[in-house]
Write a protein that binds this ligand. Structure first.
Ligand SMILES: [Zn+2]
Length: 471
């Protein structure tokens, strides 16, 4: 029997606030364990939460970026459970009244609906020391503001799940809501997955795979879980509703616990935080201040004359796209700048393993190099060498060109003299060319360029060589 997969995602994204959501501890990543903890985020009795309004603003931005309705009224609830990474033994979240609802993301082939986005606090992190057979708790992450983006079960394949997650990550990055560094856990994904016969309309029993932190793991975990569930059904067994852990090293899912239902958490309204009201004016103000989103940026690039492929490639990396925009500000030739970035700059970046930000090349310098190549100040091949040097030393392209003697000479007398010498030394080639063989022209050009070096202007060489051969 043929089965189809039904997938819903829950994406947790850490908000880029400076401080935590219910206290003033710093929300930064990394560093020594348990240094950013206070009585509030460690759940000391008697401490009261104080809501960070900045988190609400970022959640509204996320809602706008993901085409959601922003709710004027939202409220916090307590989700009660005991686990060592949660010192309060409850998590403050929005259960009944989320801040955003009814959105969607267009992944190109279809729209995936978003049921809701709600604000909640992150839990701490457990570090399991296999050697000493102990587990340690790091509470630095406790109380970092998160949004949880919950989709409708609209996704039908691993490819669609990956495309959706990538689109969400990009939109949140552009909106300045989350840095979406999956490898650092600032964006993680829970996958709800069930399978049903292709002709069926009734969903099967679902399992939930927790905390996937790369697009690759999302894809692999879905493929694995699909075949596991299919095998069960085909051998007459049932799928058990449960929460699973994906092991990237072994490539299998294992059961964490039987799946809990909402009533297991004994949700009740958070008594220490008043409900939140956001007025239409406030939503409007945030909406007006929204930065340019990827789809708008792509449309702008197309209007500048860039190809669809080049525009898509640039917007896929916000830092690269920002770099392009700044470079075009200094030299208004978008096609030329895009070509230099995509063909040359990107190749070096990929080879180096560093990001655009880490390389720190001033965009204006790349723009200047483009202009120098376009105007014939240096040859195209010299421009490539200059860029290589710029990435190493961050020197000005003109300085490098001068130092390396790469400035193109427009002095025709040296070219004329060399052409005479080369034609005299290759009478056979000259004869063949005049007899109608255009092929030897390339050979003669090559001889000229080699003799004259990088400072020679290929356009001038070509012109003079043609004149002499045709005279
Ligand atoms: Zn704190």
């Amino acid at each position: 029997m043929k089965y189809q997969t039904v997938i819903g995602l829950e994406i947790h994204a850490e908000l880029l606030t400076h401080s935590k959501v219910f206290c003033s501890c710093s929300a930064e990543f990394g560093g020594e364990e348990n240094i950013r903890v206070c009585p509030r985020c460690s759940g000391m009795p008697g401490s009261l939460p104080l809501f960070n309004r900045g988190a609400a603003e970022l959640a509204v931005k996320a809602g706008l970026a993901l085409n959601c309705k922003i709710n004027n009224f939202s409220a916090f609830d307590r989700k009660n459970y005991f686990y060592p990474d949660l010192p309060k033994a409850y998590q403050i979240t929005q259960f009944n009244h989320p801040i955003c609802s009814d959105g969607y993301v267009d992944i190109g082939t279809k729209k995936i609906r978003i049921n809701r986005i709600h604000i909640e606090e992150d839990a701490g992190k457990l570090i399991h020391d296999e050697k000493r057979k102990i587990s340690l708790a790091d509470y630095n992450r406790c109380g970092i503001p998160l949004i949880e983006i919950v989709t409708e079960p609209d996704i039908r394949s691993a490819e669609e799940a990956k495309a959706f997650t990538a689109e969400v990550a990009l939109a949140l990055k552009y909106a300045g809501v989350c840095d979406a560094k999956m490898e650092q856990g600032s964006l993680r994904c829970d996958v709800n997955i069930s399978i049903m016969p292709e002709s069926s309309k009734v969903f099967g029993t679902r399992t939930e795979i927790k905390n996937l932190n790369s697009l690759r793991s999302i894809g692999r975990a879905i493929e694995y879980e699909f075949s596991r569930q299919k095998k069960l059904l085909e051998s007459g067994e049932r799928v058990i509703q449960q929460t699973l852990h994906w092991n990237d090293a072994t490539g299998v899912t294992t059961a964490l616990r039987s799946k809990e239902e909402a009533h297991d958490y004994r949700y009740f309204p958070e008594p220490d935080i008043p409900p939140m009201f956001i007025t239409d004016e406030e939503i409007n103000t945030i909406s007006k201040a929204m930065p340019e989103m990827p789809s708008a940026r792509k449309a702008r690039y197309l209007s500048l004359g860039l190809s669809d492929a080049d525009a898509s490639l640039l917007i896929a990396d916000k830092a690269l796209s920002d770099f392009f925009d700044l470079a075009v500000k200094s030299y208004q030739n978008p096609k030329s700048v895009a070509s230099m970035i995509i063909v040359e700059f990107l190749r070096h970046i990929n080879d180096s393993g560093f990001s655009v930000e880490e390389i720190a090349l001033p965009p204006a310098d790349l723009a200047q190099l483009c202009k120098m190549a376009d105007e014939g100040t240096v040859s195209r091949s010299a421009a490539k060498d200059i860029l290589k040097q710029m990435l190493k030393t961050l020197e000005d392209p003109m300085e490098i060109a001068k130092k390396e003697n790469m400035l193109m000479s427009n002095d025709t007398s040296a070219v004329e003299k060399t052409a005479d010498e080369i034609l005299a030394a290759n009478p056979k080639a000259v004869e063949e060319y005049r007899g109608g063989s255009a092929k030897v022209f390339g050979f003669l050009m090559g001889q000229m360029c080699r003799t004259l070096g990088k400072s020679a202007n290929p356009a001038i060489i070509k012109k003079i060589l043609e004149e002499k051969l045709n005279s």
